[in-house]
Design a protein around this ligand. Structure first.
Ligand code: ATP
Length: 301
């Protein structure tokens, strides 16, 4: 059974159709990323699923509950990591995590959790002395404190340095091993590509595409780009005309396997170096940009 089941969900604020009839489901143990530009309707959707906002129409089932009426029984089974939780600044990290864990029937061990998010050496520090990235890690520890079956992660690594981001990714991957279902929103496409089993791209309150990152890339029809340092000698015929910028050659290939084969064969035959030879298929970011730029803000009915 799906952990999250959303059918024809809609919510307007006055004339703004923030969520305009979307349907999707998230399977048990799946990591699902909701992507989209500012104002796409992600937060509205997520907050309806969390039970913090009302909907105008549509059906929503999460862990078998309707979040609008699930009350404390529902809330005790989910974890929420907000973009900017307001903390009690005078508390220490350990005090806050202990307090949060004590609110749930089967909370995690606070010290283990603090170590898990990499705040072990800050356990006794007051919140007011934490850096922005350390606060986000504390957000994560607080979201996990109740050992939730379903975790809502809203832009979990905004403000993280690269090492902290990789740690957070490992942490989320570890949660997957534990079977936690995760609904993630992020503006980092690499994060979605790394973590998500499936992604949904949203804009103007609607879903533009849903699928695995690989499905979206394969379905995008975006080209693979072959690039290399400008070699001596005339290049062989390729599926598209090479573009030369400075000392770099770029081929927006229509047939990457054949072009790579022709180029490498030609280079070996003539003993020519192809420095930095790279074959780059479209990334999730390329697909996302193509999807969201193609579509106007006001989808026609
Ligand atoms: N409480 C509100 N009152 C009025 N309009 C709102 C309210 N909350 C959101 N909106 C509007 O609804 C639309 C969707 O907003 P939402 O916050 O759901 O988008 P988002 O995808 O989460 O954006 P971001 O990436 O910036 O967080 C926007 O046009 C926004 O201005």
């Amino acid at each position: 059974m799906a952990t999250i089941e959303v059918r024809d969900l809609a919510r307007a604020y006055g004339p703004v159709r923030a969520v305009d009839g979307i349907s999707f489901s998230v399977g048990d143990g799946e990591i699902f990323a909701l992507l989209g530009p500012n104002g796409a309707g992600k937060t509205t959707t997520v907050e309806i699923l969390e039970g913090y906002r009302t909907r105008d129409s549509g059906t929503v089932r999460v862990l078998g509950y309707d979040p609008a009426t699930g009350g404390p029984a529902y809330r005790s089974r989910i974890g929420v990591v907000l973009q900017s939780a307001g903390f009690e600044e005078e508390f220490t990290v350990r005090e806050l995590v202990r307090l949060q864990a004590s609110l749930f029937p089967r909370g995690h061990d606070p010290d283990e959790l603090i170590a898990l998010v990499g705040l072990g050496d800050k356990s006794g520090a007051r919140v007011k002395g934490l850096s922005g990235g350390q606060r986000r890690r504390l957000d994560l520890a607080l979201g996990l404190a109740g050992a939730p079956e379903l975790l809502f992660l809203d832009e979990p690594t905004t403000g993280f340095d690269p090492a902290a981001r990789h740690r957070a990714w490992q942490l989320v991957a570890g949660l997957r091993e534990l079977g936690t279902t995760i609904l993630l929103t992020t503006h980092y496409l690499e994060e979605a590509q790394q973590l998500a089993d499936r992604v949904a791209v949203m804009r103007g309150g609607r879903l533009l595409a849903t699928g695995t990152p690989e499905d979206l890339r394969a379905g995008s029809k975006l080209p693979t780009v072959i690039s290399f340092g400008l070699p001596a000698g005339d290049l062989p015929a390729l599926s598209a005309a090479p573009e030369v910028t400075g000392t770099t050659v770029r081929v927006v290939s229509r047939d990457p396997v054949a072009d790579a084969w022709r180029l490498t064969g030609w280079a070996r035959e003539h003993d020519i170096a192809l420095p930095d030879f790279t074959v780059s298929p479209p990334t999730l970011e390329d697909v996302y940009l193509a999807l969201t730029e193609e579509t106007s803000d006001e989808p026609a009915d």
